[in-house]
Design a protein around this ligand. Structure first.
Ligand SMILES: O=P(O)(O)OC[C@H]1O[C@H](OP(=O)(O)OP(=O)(O)O)[C@H](O)[C@@H]1O
Ligand code: HPA
Length: 186
């Protein structure tokens, strides 16, 4: 089987957890919550590349107030399905001093990525740091008990998921819904 045939098989055997329309409804709700909280704070949306690239675009289309979008690149999974230490590939690309920063990511899984990114932005002098994810994975392995984001789209079960920006070994970020990899494929 070629690599591309393998990725096609992964996609076909996966279970659809949320359709594109369901993810869109969640994103519209998150946008409304963000608007209520942040519309007057000139926020900087700090996109955690690469996974957040789809979420930030879809979310920003529903945010009708002044804001800026920037990015950093940090990775813990490096195209595998289990996390390691966080590797900083690109530091925050815009001055965050005295800014309200909203860290945008695709998923809160074990939470080490967001905890470290948040700490770093605080060290750089951000006035306030909020966090927003499309999905929060339900399990008891978070970086600290009770870890939550300020804005969360959907809860997913404790399975490896892809779609809406989240990847399976670098592929299927482009799938509009959210899918769980078949257990035999992990
Ligand atoms: O909560 P955690 O267990 O730390 O995992 C969440 C992080 O893992 C993924 O990034 P990844 O390292 O796979 O890089 P990617 O964004 O390029 O997919 C995802 O985009 C989050 O940033
Ligand atoms: O379940 C996941 N899917 C995709 N990327 C991830 N990064 C952490 N957990 C996941």
């Amino acid at each position: 089987m070629t690599d591309l045939e393998h990725f096609m098989a992964i996609r076909q055997r996966a279970e659809c957890l949320f359709t594109f329309d369901e993810t869109e409804q969640a994103i519209v709700r998150v946008a409304a919550e963000m608007t209520a909280e942040l519309a007057n704070s000139n926020p900087l949306l700090m996109t955690v590349m690469t996974g957040a690239v789809v979420f930030v675009g879809r979310l920003a289309a529903h945010l009708d107030f002044p804001l800026e979008i920037s990015y950093l690149h940090a990775t813990r999974y490096r195209n595998t399905t289990s996390g390691d230490t966080l590797q900083w590939k690109v530091p925050p690309q815009q001055d965050v001093k005295d800014r309200t920063v909203v860290v945008i990511d695709d998923i809160l899984d074990e939470g080490h990525t967001l905890a470290e990114v948040e700490r770093h932005l605080q060290e750089l002098g951000a006035q306030a740091v909020y966090t927003a994810v499309l999905v929060d994975k339900t399990h008891d392995r978070k970086a600290f008990p009770g870890q939550r984001c300020d804005f969360t789209g959907l809860q997913v079960p404790d399975r490896y998921v892809f779609g809406s920006g989240m990847d399976y070994r670098g592929y299927w970020r482009n799938t509009g819904g959210i899918h769980a990899v078949h257990p035999d494929d992990l």
